[in-house]
Ligand binder design. Sequence first.
Ligand code: FES
Length: 106
Amino acid sequence: MVKVVFKKEGADDRVVEGDEGMSVMETALNGNIGEILADCGGALSCATCHVYVAEEWQDRVGKPDDEEEAMLEMAVDPDDRSRLSCQIKLCQELDGVEIILPKSQL
Ligand code: FES
């Protein structure tokens, strides 16, 4: 299992475990992380699974590809830390990854 730590300003961290190969988005839905809407179900066409990757994890998580980068422009308040969580696949190297939830996906 791979632990994902969901962080939100002013709230306690929430830790959800997922299987290797699952996406961070699927892990969030399983863990009832309501900030992740994931309207398109992971088809890279909604941007409502937008998250920020904590700075110390960015190298391991990696950067978005061109298609994801284009979709990130639809997200609310994207910045250099932004990723679409449906495109981040869990692996042992990401055990404990810290994901910062945005204030809004709407
Ligand atoms: Fe729609 Fe990630 S769930 S882009």
